[in-house]
Design a protein around this ligand. Structure first.
Ligand code: GLN
Ligand code: ZN
Length: 771
């Protein structure tokens, strides 16, 4: 390489791609529906990229200094990288065209499946609530440069007078996140293909150079994670090999390796020993590195890309200063891509002005980066006004009414160990058996019933003021009545109300608790075209009034069968919200737990004998570093116990988990001490059962027997088989029969058929057992 261009002093690792009004979502979904063509979708996407570049320019990034990342994706950045290198799952090889590429339709087919061909598996992206598609790479996968999409995007930018910085998942992370293709030999790992993959990346780098890229960003978040199934030495060796090789490429842009989501730890000296030109360090989640000295550009990720607080500019500047002790070349960036944050605080006219002044969404964070970059060049004095404004906002936030609530704090300070424990399980079991009289293999559902278009229409009408609260509530009561009758007809043992009144299992509680705010346009991508609108947990949390009691008691009044109250647990409420960053998560979780404890107490007093507290996100928040696991599991389990430990022995506490593999946290699940735990299992054909068995789980457990992620109706035989597997490993009297998760996204016909089959299989199993 000759005369490398300087790294921009301020940059961001990536920008939201879904659009301020979710334009990309709408465009992609209408392409799927067949109402628009691929050309029209490409045109919309190009327009979004144009708008993004102009926006970033106006916010203070540079037109031609490579500070604007080219970080667009139609669906998922990991799928993009996989497709770019030709890693197409074997079952989709038919999508490969004669020139070795696949088109946009084929790309979406891998993401969404087609007929009997299941989509690429989806899983959590590090410790975020974003989900990526798992690439499949086998010994035979023909790795080659199979897409020029990124090259075209850079060329498109160049043509409009920009020099942007292409972003792609790096080769080590791509392989570490991949799984072996179907049929790969036992023991094979995709990382074995590194030497075949590197020439493909080298070819891509050359092509990017040819269209004007001076810098490329290779994202290597896998280097910070300890939840990777490959020994650390192998990860480090692969890192060295990869970046020595790419660094030696004859024609390439300067290489910026970004490592968001935590400390690089021992990978930092390894990277620093390769020819790459810049290294991105997450100084929000990660620690300031020590003991190295380098002349590479160290890009300090000091602006939190994963949360929405305005943050402390003074502290950010101090971190950058410390970084200068390690390298003479320091630049400023966000800690992660900004695609975890919504676009713009100014899009939230309904948020309280004071709260707004404490927040920074993506656009505001770009502004902060630009401000800090100015200080790096011109000195701190040049941004004194901004520093003052930021510290004024921080002080205001610290002192604001509601951020610290005396009553909440006094209560939390008075907690003792006893508040976190229920009595002996044996006594609880006896009391619950007497109170509930449930049959062998009790059947239940996870809570929600199908959210029909009609339910959503009614809610929208109520929110917009078109119908009165009473009309809305009556409609919901009618729906609950239908759902109860349906469950009685099917023959379920423990009934639910179906959650028709909930827009979202976290937002619903956020709307009813003090200390939370909800946004109008604060969408962030969850996966593909799916977005969520996380609530903002900004203050001390308390419950001004009962939330669910009226719905649960109404439901119980309709039936002689036990009705299960339904709440979302503290960890999940935290995981799916933007949470205050000014106190330990433990403290925040306990406040939420106390609010839920009051709700549970009220449900119990109102005669609800079974209460479920959902914790689907328990695994999701597990820290990437093993050294942080114990503390996390301690407070997360503690908050669940605090929420639920106030009930009498006769009251049966359920919990529910889904969305992940639970092996690593099975002991923690056990420590939740719930009387009954329902857990996603059907999708993986009861993979979790051996873990349950070996953990000595001694209370009720309902491994799911119906994969609710698919419209497929499981046959009676299939369900029977799954029940048999459970009965074969777990003491029978502990077993409950239920679906994998809530039925919210399913249609009524398939739901009724599936539940009917579940009941038939359960009756058969009961008959077989002679009860
Ligand atoms: N009770 C919730 C429901 O049934 C649980 C959802 C979840 O686990 N994600 O919809
Ligand atoms: Zn679930």
């Amino acid at each position: 390489m000759t005369n490398p261009a300087a790294f921009p002093t301020g940059t961001i690792l990536g920008y939201p791609r879904i659009g301020r009004r979710r334009e990309l979502k709408k465009a992609v979904e209408s392409f799927w529906a067949g109402t628009t063509t691929a050309e029209e979708l490409e045109a919309t996407a190009a327009e979004l990229r144009r708008i993004t570049r102009e926006k970033l320019l106006s916010l203070g990034l540079g037109r031609t200094d490579s500070s604007i990342p080219e970080s667009f994706s139609f669906y998922d950045q990991v799928l993009d990288a996989a497709v770019a290198v030709g890693a197409i799952p074997t079952r989709f090889e038919r999508l490969i065209k004669s020139d070795g590429t696949i088109d946009l339709g084929g790309y979406f087919t891998i993401a969404r499946g087609e007929g009997a061909d299941t989509p690429a598996e989806m899983t959590k992206w590090f410790d975020s609530n974003y989900h990526y598609l798992v690439p499949e790479i086998g010994p035979e996968t023909k790795l080659h440069l199979a897409s020029d999409r990124l090259v075209r995007e850079v060329a498109e930018a160049t043509a409009s007078g920009f020099r942007t910085r292409p972003v792609i998942v790096g080769p080590v992370t791509l392989l570490l996140l991949s799984k072996p293709s179907a049929g790969a030999p036992e023991g094979y790992q995709p990382l074995e293909r590194l030497d075949d993959l590197l020439p493909v990346y080298a070819e891509l780098l050359a092509a990017l150079t040819a269209v004007g890229a001076e810098w490329v960003q290779l994202d290597e978040p896998a280097l910070v994670s300890e939840s990777i199934d490959v020994p650390r030495e192998a990860v480090l060796a692969a890192t060295k090999r990869a970046y020595d090789a790419l660094g030696a490429a004859a024609i390439r842009p300067s290489i910026f390796v970004a490592a968001p989501y935590g400390s690089l730890d021992d990978a930092l000296p390894v990277l620093a020993g390769t020819p790459v030109e810049a290294i991105g360090i997450d100084l929000v989640k990660g620690d300031l590195p020590s003991g190295i000295s380098t002349d590479k550009v160290l890009v300090g990720g000091v602006i939190d890309g994963h949360n929405i607080w305005r943050g402390d500019l003074e502290a950010a500047l101090a971190s950058l200063d410390s970084l200068r002790g390690l390298s003479p070349n320091v630049a400023v960036s966000t800690s992660t891509s900004l695609f975890h944050t919504p676009h713009d605080v100014n899009d939230e006219p309904l948020l309280a002005e004071q709260l707004t002044s404490w927040l920074a969404f993506a656009d505001q964070k770009v502004g902060q980066v630009a401000t800090l970059a100015k200080a790096l060049v011109e000195g701190k004095g040049a941004i004194q006004a901004e520093l003052d404004a930021a510290s004024t906002a921080l002080k205001d936030r610290h002192q604001a009414a509601g951020v610290r609530d005396g009553a909440v704090r006094t209560r939390a300070a008075g907690l003792t160990d006893a508040d976190f424990s229920r009595g002996e399980y044996a006594a609880r079991l006896a009391a619950q058996d007497a109170a509930l009289g449930l049959p062998f293999l009790p059947t239940t559902t996870i809570g929600s019933f199908p959210q029909t278009g009609d339910i959503r229409k009614r809610r929208a009408a109520f929110v917009s003021g078109a119908i009165s609260e009473e009309t809305y509530k009556q409609a919901m009561r009618d729906e609950i009545t239908r759902v109860v009758q349906l469950q009685e007809k099917i023959g379920l043992d423990v009934l639910v109300h179906g959650e028709p009144e909930r827009n979202d299992m976290v937002q619903y509680f956020a709307e009813h608790l003090d200390g939370f705010a909800v946004t109008q346009n604060g969408w962030v991508q969850s996966y593909g075209s799916r977005c969520t609108r996380p609530s903002i947990l900004w203050g001390d949390v308390s419950r001004p009034a009962p939330i669910t009691v009226e719905w649960s008691t109404f439901t119980q009044s309709l039936t002689g069968k036990p009705v299960k109250g339904m709440l979302t647990g503290p960890v999940t409420i935290l995981a799916w919200s933007f949470v205050r960053d000014d106190q330990p998560l433990r403290d925040t979780a306990n406040q939420v737990a106390l609010a839920l404890r009051d709700e549970i107490g009220d449900l119990e007093s109102a005669g609800i004998g079974i209460i479920q507290v959902d914790e689907p996100a328990l695994r999701e928040l597990l820290p990437l570093k093993k050294r942080d696991h114990d503390d996390y599991l301690d407070w997360s389990v503690g908050s669940f116990r605090l929420a639920t430990a106030g009930v009498a022995d006769r009251t049966q506490i359920h919990t529910h988990l889904c969305y992940s593999e639970f092996g690593v946290v099975i002991d923690a699940i056990n420590r939740l001490d719930a009387d009954v735990t329902s857990i996603e299992a059907a999708r993986s054909k009861m993979e979790v059962v051996p873990d349950i068995k070996s953990s000595g789980f001694g209370r009720g457990i309902g491994p799911g027997v119906y994969d609710i992620h698919s419209p497929r109706v499981p046959s009676v035989d299939e369900v029977s088989e799954l029940i048999e597997i459970a009965i074969g490993s777990i003491p029978e009297r502990q077993i409950w029969v239920n679906p994998d998760c809530g039925l919210k996204t399913r249609g009524y016909d398939e739901t009724v058929e599936s539940l009917t089959n579940i009941l038939a299989a359960t009756r058969a199993a009961r008959a077989k057992a002679g009860v």
